[in-house]
Design a protein around this ligand. Structure first.
Ligand code: MN
Ligand code: MN
Ligand code: MN
Length: 285
């Protein structure tokens, strides 16, 4: 386990973005919770892609480990043709509007998986649908499951290269995906009693102008927060996002976006303190 304890300026250690085997993470929900607790996390949100299936198991493990688990889900949305990830925190997974919306998202993912496999077939890389499904387990196969298949069969040296060459936007097997629209998804989150958070804002490679337009649109549909501390980003990026949080009057959230132990992903609970002037998304929890 990780030796460095997270820095704590005050109070509890929050990590509000993480993945389990119920989407594209490598640890089971219970394993994830145990690792978070060992790393000093006090409040963890499990935020699998378009799925709340891991929450029940995670709650049991959190109770045993003595940490607080927040019900979360990371929802892929389309803002025009720009894909954006929205983390929903504090949702009721039983909410019918949310459950129906997530079921539709999973159907979109299944369809995309079939089309990615068709493209890979045409490139002579056969067997990818079954291969990705084997990595996905119960979850619908997503691009990272295809990436694991490609690495496993020697078609790419690592996951990054699998995305670059095949699965990413300029890859040979890229399939553009139409997720639910931003203005459709926010009401699911609101009906479920949750807060909507813009995930990893520096990862979209949007121009500043476009990001500002997006945040206007996000505010207009009742968006609540933005991840000021996210996975791997540098101090300049953190400062810039903190400024955006303040100027758009958004709450600030923090999350590792942990997927797997080891290189390539941030570690659970490695969360630096929020810059001064940010209002944490948990301020009134
Ligand atoms: Mn992921
Ligand atoms: Mn994401
Ligand atoms: Mn994520």
């Amino acid at each position: 386990m990780v030796a460095n304890r997270p820095e704590r300026r005050s109070g509890l250690c929050y990590d509000l973005h993480s993945h389990s085997t119920c989407s594209d993470g490598l640890l089971s929900p219970a394993g994830l919770v145990r690792r978070a607790a060992a790393n000093g996390v006090d409040v963890l949100a499990l935020t699998d892609h378009d799925s709340t299936a891991g929450l029940e198991e995670a709650h049991i493990a959190a109770h045993e480990a003595g940490i607080t688990l927040i019900n979360g889900v990371e929802i892929s949305v389309s803002w025009g043709d720009q894909p954006i990830h929205i983390v929903a925190l504090g949702v009721d997974p039983g909410c019918p509007a949310l459950a129906a919306g997530l079921a539709r998202q999973r159907a979109i993912r299944e369809e995309r998986a079939i089309r990615i496999a068709e493209r890979l077939d045409r490139l002579g890389l056969t067997g990818s649908l079954a291969g990705a499904a084997a990595h996905a387990g119960e979850a619908p196969p997503g691009r990272s499951h295809f990436a694991r298949f490609l690495v496993e069969h020697g078609h790419a040296r690592d996951l990054q290269r699998a995305f670059k060459r095949y699965l990413g936007r300029s890859g040979a097997a890229y399939v553009p995906c139409r997720w639910a629209a931003l203005e459709e998804v926010l009401p699911w989150i609101q009906a479920a009693g949750g807060r909507a958070v813009v995930a990893h804002p520096v990862r979209y490679r949007m121009t500043r102008r476009r990001l500002l337009r997006f945040l206007d649109a996000f505010g207009a549909v009742g968006g609540d927060a933005i991840e000021v501390i996210s996975g791997r980003q540098n101090a300049d990026q953190t400062r810039a996002v903190a400024d955006l949080a303040r100027s758009f009057a958004l709450y600030a959230s923090v999350g590792s976006d942990f997927h797997a132990p080891g290189a390539g992903w941030s570690e659970l609970g490695r969360i630096i303190p929020l810059p001064a002037g940010c209002v944490p998304v948990w301020a009134d929890w």
